[in-house]
Design a protein around this ligand. Sequence first.
Ligand code: DGL
Length: 263
Amino acid sequence: MDNRPIGLMDSGLGGLSVVKKVIAKMPHEDTVFWGDQAHMPYGDRKQDDIINLARTGLNFLLSKDVKVVIFACNTMTAQAMPTLQAETDRQIIGVIQSGALLAAKKTHNLKVGVIATTATVESRDYTKEIQYRNPKIEVVEQATPKLAPLVEANEPSAVRQAIVAESLAPLQDYDFDSLVLGCTHYPFIASEIQAAVGPQVQLIDPADQVAQYTFNVLKRDGLLADRTVVGMHRYFTTGKAATFSHMARAWLNAPGLTAEHLD
Ligand code: DGL
């Protein structure tokens, strides 16, 4: 039993889609979230840059004595996880294997689409991980670099729908039955994405499986919290704390949430 918090990190608000699932699955756990809004989007950056930025977040979370770290960011998982896992003995959990597992399980026509940042798509990690589970599955990956900044900007619905439609247009000739939301920002625009691809396509949010996998790891290692009260949650951002708090309160349905700013 271990009452230390679970650490989660992302370039921005997107990681909150994972925080939400982790809290729902493990309500007694404390969490600490680090969002690097001052440097987002990560998806347009080079690998060295992503590694260095993610290292800052990882060291911050380790300074908070977290028992496990979740890279609640596909871009960090693809570009920085192997390097940074070698620098700490604290376990780091990524999101791509979880998304690949769900996609391989859920597709019926063995055709899967993936939308993600440019850096994630360039890694081809989703294709590798999905085909590792079932080599018969065809995977089409599409970079949609405008979508994470769109979520952060909190644009009105009509603007969101137009940018989502334009970003997904290159996929219109593919008949995949499952589409992986390969960036943790995308669950926040899931309804616009669903409208763009049509109701016959099921959207796959890796966060469902990330929460389950994290629970399994903590249970296996005897690290689940030993308490009956609900957990406490802290949020840190390198961006504007007031903007972060405003959006996070709505998305997490947590009226009392107040984020702290980090230089
Ligand atoms: N939320 C991040 C991900 O899952 C990406 C956003 C960014 O480009 O910074 O890849």
